[in-house]
Design a protein around this ligand. Sequence first.
Ligand code: NAD
Ligand code: ZN
Length: 381
Amino acid sequence: MKAVVYQGPRDVQIIDVPDARIERPTDVLVRITTTNICGSDLHMYEGRTDFETGRWFGHENMGQVIEVGDGVDKVQVGDWVVLPFNVACGHCKNCERGLTNYCLTAQPNPAWAGAAYGFADMGPWAGGQAELLRVPWGDFNCLRLGEDAEQKQTDYVMLADIFPTGYHATELAHVKPGDQTVVYGAGPVGAMAAYSAIIKGASKVMVVDRHPDRLRLIEEIGAIPIDDSKVDPVEAVTEMTMGLGADNGCECVGYQAHDPGGQEDPTLTLNRLVKSVRFTGEIGVVGVYVPQDPGATNDLAKQGKVAFDFGEFWFRGQKLGSGQCPVKKYNRALRDLVAGGKATPSWIVSHELGLDEAPDAYEHFDNRDEGWTKVVLHPDA
Ligand code: NAD
Ligand code: ZN
């Protein structure tokens, strides 16, 4: 089968690899129809992780079941399924508490928790940017879709990661009807956090970034764009909230934050976010921070130490939640919003391409080139 194989920093190629197959009775084999490139893939693509050459990416996957193991009860051949990016066993201590983002079985490193398809340090699982994908613990890890699955592929595939992750940011920040919410980052995850806040009934959603195309897009869904290359975002948010600050804030940037001039500064977003949120306000951080970042440009950041201004945070009496999204917790409800026509997250999609076009697409998406907001690949095209 063909897959988007990592060859080294900023180098992916379409290569023939051994077909994915059923290896254990609880496996499900999926023919991938739809698979996204994610901002999280870029950490690996840029060579900032120990992702091994020869492996392939792809944790935002959807497709049709073509084979099931003898131990699979629920999922059937022919089912259309979307696959939460968290690979989870369903029976460990964390999964039983609903924390599929910290599964203890799917992650072989006892010092870690949580696993994903096609990801550095997140277990041995192959990615879905390929023609076929093996889904372990298939009954647990497949979310079945209705008859509209094929027609609404670009909506449903967003349930694998960015829609629930954006939603998770708003849950960590406890966004409620009427709230005024600020989101840092207008990438796909920030866009979905803004969209989720709007779905929840926030009265004002402000989004900070500096890419005009991304800011234009979030304006289309009714959010207010703040271009931090033109204005001080803390001042802008303070002004828009009658001097009080936002009720809640979502961090959807991660450790690769830059200042508008292009200098890397992982401290920038959190410090600005704390100052943009009111006293006792709440913050959800879904942007990824890591224990080590050898690719960072300063020594503290290399050790994962982000000089976050805790004094300001404490003084304001704020609360902060963080971490990977437990996709399963949200994606039935979000699926039903899509099925009921109440949510159409495909508005984020800028490109639908065949697998062969992935190397070019990675380059554009990594450069944050104008108009490249979200790439959907169709291995069956
Ligand atoms: P992306 O890189 O496409 O988007 C990030 C956006 O942040 C860009 O538009 C960039 O211009 C903007 N930005 C950079 N520095 C900024 C700053 N200082 N202030 C404001 N905006 C700034 O990535 P994405 O796909 O949207 O993902 C965002 C983050 O979410 C990444 O760290 C990704 O790994 C993470 N993520 C987390 C989870 C989870 O489960 N927690 C899941 C998916 C993705
Ligand atoms: Zn993703």
